[in-house]
Ligand binder design. Structure first.
Ligand code: PHE
Ligand code: ZN
Length: 867
């Protein structure tokens, strides 16, 4: 790949050292075989390991095995006492020959493992999480992704407490032992890196199913949950089978073991994990029925189940050489799950949702102190790089390659990639080269997308020459500086573009793929008779910020006639955004044209309800802030509320019609989901226009709801109001769902997301609620992350919101640094805010950094945010 620019010099301390991509060296020792033997017990699990090691190349360096929190009880080489020492976090063994068998024994305490990395206890289960560096908390091992081994695992445990014993691969033997124990032997025929190791023991029941692969092999599918949750696993199972079929049809990828297990656990740091043959999930991405899960929850389950399944090829069969290459598996796999979900429902709506997420999560990251390239150059703690940039921008890179190459050449490229690298640990460069070799397209300049951070900005305007029926599109790009990176080169920007006749509303010629590769360029369009409307970056073909010089009325007209649904959505949003920004700057904002465009969208017969729901959702306060020089949360809030109430009042009749439609909660078709989506968007606008009527309608929707989507939609509206309806709904909800932890998370989340002067008081009180706990990541995030995402409430001018979130970060950091570190960026973006708030935020970051015993996870995020 193209040369590295400068890399940000990471702030380090003696304990917190940075690791650089440029320092990569192949492993000194390979580990072709591993045999593990576990005596499982929550308080003391005994782990015996036997590694077959082979010197890799000519050198005389010792074998170094990583260990985290481990004390070696036994270390043997070739059956005899070995020459070993412990240095830092490593076990160092001097080996005379080129091959050896290394045996180690350790004791670990899963019940005391609050980091949820390695082997830990969750709701009576024992389970593992090894990505990225959790395996070293189980046993001594190189624990790097380019060391691949064949695993044999013996699990022994008390049979009554842990009747089910699962690990990767196939069950090869099992039986009863002494004293009420039993055992199981698992063997995984596919060599894999240690981060894909997994094991689960507990009292679980399975939803059992089967799948016949394209070559006719039978695969046994199991989704393991607590017995009472079995009725909530149907959607996950259907999603899994759909994903298996889709990967065969679209990528030609077939499942490769006879068994595929999924386990749901309640305590999990992220969404889910793609361990070979034994995916482990946060239960929120498995369990659903219409009474407890929203349509969005259902869609997320399908997306995450597919994502983890797709990793079997993009991640497990072909894995990453080192963690700087994380986007190799994550960007590609996100792209694959996005495409799958688009194919299962509405492509256009799925694209809108994905772009919304990219703008909400990735653009701010790219514009802030933690900006990094899709393939980072350095890290202190790799877990901090499981980011929207690596995942979602990474997915955009794959999408752009598909756009540039075309679907057939892209498929040839992915075939070549899988064929060439099956069983290997490779780099982003290997992926790009496979695409190049298969297509003959030179992607040299495209590689800059992997190394240059920051969202490219594109300026565009059109000059029309009516007499010659031509138009010239003028384009210019610039890439902003980011920490450690300045003076960047122009990138390849694939911009799907059409010119639409302003009078007729008809496209003037075909849509074109404009490839902007220079700093600036002019592109000529022929056959442009009418004054053109510029429809550019259709489908969001390039992840850029656009600044288009437009004639008066151009956006309004595009919002009405653009045949491309994504572009039409963009026009609606941009119209709203202009009004919202004007309002936030204190200019008198005229909302007539926005209202007219929204009315047109709402009453159109050509658009489906899901699309309408998206197009009519106002840009969030966060998004408005991203467009301002300095964010002023109060001005943004009042501008947005003013526009919302104007729309709600002006379109009361049309919105009322959309809100009053009811559809059975059991109907989960895309059509039904769209109707419910529009219903709640309409309710929210109606309530803004007429709070009294809104409260009554919301309470009625809440009472009548036969599904969680309508119920939660009503509560979202009530949450930001005062009065008896709100109290009654929240009390009823709590009573009904107090024993269902995933639903109780919603109860916390809805209150944390409420738009009230006193939301900070409410969340402070909720943090003392008996059902609140910092030990469960879902519960902690329900309260803290949702509050921090509530711009107006979190950025309360008093600074109390910052203090609350900081206190919560520091509290959870003592037990679970990964959860803590992921929340730091909400305070870290202090430079973007008006001076009073910026100062308060900065002070909290300083308080964090000054805290003794801080984890390196939080240290990295906070110190980089101050730098
Ligand atoms: N690899 C997981 C995924 O994206 C995410 C993950 C990372 C889960 C680290 C747990 C720990 O599918
Ligand atoms: Zn993933």
């Amino acid at each position: 790949m193209s040369d590295v620019l400068e890399h940000p010099e990471a702030p380090t301390t003696p304990e917190h050292v940075a690791i650089y991509r440029k320092d990569y060296l192949p492993p000194d020792w390979l580990v072709p075989e591993i045999a593990l033997d576990f005596d499982l017990d929550p308080d003391r699990t005994h782990v015996r390991s036997r590694l077959t090691v082979k010197r890799n190349g000519e050198h005389d360096r010792p074998l170094r095995l990583a260990g985290n929190g481990l004390t070696p009880l036994v270390v043997r080489a070739n059956g005899a006492d070995a020459d070993w020492r412990v240095g830092g976090d490593a076990l160092v063994i001097e080996l005379p020959g080129n091959e050896a068998t290394i045996e180690t024994e350790v004791d670990i305490a899963p019940a005391a493992n609050s980091k949820l990395m390695g082997l830990y206890a969750s709701g009576g289960l024992l389970c593992t999480q090894c990505e990225s560096e959790g395996f070293r908390r189980i046993t001594f091992h190189a624990d790097r992704p380019d060391v691949l081994s064949r695993y044999r695992v013996r699990m022994s445990a008390d049979k009554a407490r842990f009747p089910i014993l699962l690990a990767n691969g196939n069950l090869v033997a099992s039986g009863d032992g002494e004293n009420g124990t039993h055992w199981a032997d698992w063997e995984d025929p596919f060599p894999k890196p240690s981060y894909l190791f997994a094991m689960v023991a507990g009292d679980l029941s399975a939803n059992r199913d089967r799948f016949t692969t394209m070559s006719g092999r039978e695969v046994e599918l199991n989704i393991w949950v607590r017995e009472k949750d079995l009725p909530k696993t149907g959607h996950a199972m259907e999603s899994l089978k759909a994903a298996m079929r889709w990967d065969e049809e679209v990528y030609g990828r077939e499942y490769d073991l006879d068994l595929f297990n999924i386990v749901a656990v309640d305590d999990f740091n992220f969404g889910a994990m793609e361990n070979k043959g034994l995916n482990i999930f946060n239960s929120r991405y498995i369990l659903a029925d219409e009474d407890t899960a929203t349509d969005i929850d259902f869609d997320n389950i399908a997306g995450v189940v597919a994502h983890e399944y797709f990793h079997n090829w993009s991640g497990d069969r072909v894995t990453c050489r080192d963690w700087f290459q994380l986007s190799l598996k994550e960007g590609f796999t996100v792209f694959r799950d996005q495409s799958f979900s688009g194919d299962m429902g509405s492509k256009a709506v799925k694209r809108i949702e994905d772009v919304r997420l990219l703008r909400a999560a990735q653009f701010p990251e790219d514009a802030g102190p933690l900006a990094h390239s899709v393939r980072p150059e350095s890290y202190i703690e790799i877990t901090n790089f499981y980011t929207a940039t690596v995942y979602n921008k990474g997915a955009e890179l794959i999408r752009m390659m598909q756009t540039i190459l075309g679907p057939e050449a892209f498929r040839k490229g992915s075939d070549l990639y899988f064929e060439r690298h099956d069983g290997e640990a490779v780099t982003c460069e290997d992926f790009v080269r496979a695409m190049e070799d298969a297509s003959g397209v030179d992607l040299s300049q495209f590689r800059l997308w992997y190394s240059q951070a920051g969202t490219p900005r594109v300026k565009a305007h059109v000059e029309h020459d009516a007499s010659n029926a031509t138009a010239i599109l003028h384009l210019a790009q610039s890439i902003p500086d980011t920490p450690g990176q300045t003076g960047k080169s122009p990138m390849v920007l694939p911009l799907k573009t059409a010119l639409i006749g302003a009078d007729s509303g008809v496209p003037q010629g075909e849509e074109q793929l404009v490839l902007l590769t220079e700093g600036s360029a002019s592109v000529r369009f022929e056959g442009v008779v009418e004054p053109p409307l510029l429809s550019i970056n259709r489908e969001f073909s390039a992840p850029v910020l656009l600044d288009v010089e437009r004639r008066a009325g151009e956006l309004e007209r595009l919002a009405e006639v653009d045949p491309d649904p994504f572009a039409r959505y963009e026009a609606c949003q941009e119209l709203m955004m202009r009004a919202l920004l004007a309002g936030a700057r204190g200019e008198s904002a005229d909302s007539t044209s926005v209202i007219a465009a929204m009315r047109g969208t709402l009453i159109s017969n050509a658009l489906d309800p899901a699309f309408k729901g998206e197009a009519l959702s106002l840009p969030t306060e966060g998004l408005i802030g991203d467009r301002m020089e300095l964010v002023d949360p109060d001005a943004i809030h009042s501008s947005r509320e003013t526009l919302r109430s104007a729309i709600g009042a002006a379109l009361a009749d049309e919105l009322g019609r959309a809100q009053s439609v009811s559809i059975s909660g059991a109907d989960l078709s895309p059509q039904a989901k769209g109707i419910r989506r529009l219903k709640s968007v309409a309710l929210s606008l109606l309530a803004a226009g007429n709070p009294e009527r809104g409260a009554a309608l919301a309470k009625a929707q809440f009472d009548a709801a036969d599904n969680m989507t309508d119920r939660q939609g009503a509560m979202m509206v009530l949450a930001s109001m005062d009065g008896p309806e709100r109290e009654a709904a929240f009390a009823a909800f709590f009573e009904r769902y107090r024993d269902d932890s995933l639903v109780l998370d919603k109860w916390f989340a809805l209150q944390a997301a409420a738009q009230h002067e006193d939301t900070v008081d409410v969340v402070e009180a909720l943090a003392k609620h008996p059902d609140f706990t910092v030990r469960n990541p879902n519960r902690w995030r329900a309260l803290v992350s949702n509050f921090a995402a509530n711009q107006w409430a979190f950025h309360h001018a008093s600074g109390r919101g910052y203090r609350f979130v900081t206190d919560m970060i520091l509290e959870v950091d003592r037990i679970n640094p990964q959860v803590a570190a992921r929340q730091v960026p909400s305070i870290g973006r202090w430079r973007r805010f008006e001076p009073t708030r910026a100062k308060l935020m900065r002070a909290e970051l300083e308080r964090i950094v000054a805290t003794p015993g801080l984890s390196k996870d939080v240290f990295e995020q906070a110190s980089k945010s101050l730098a």
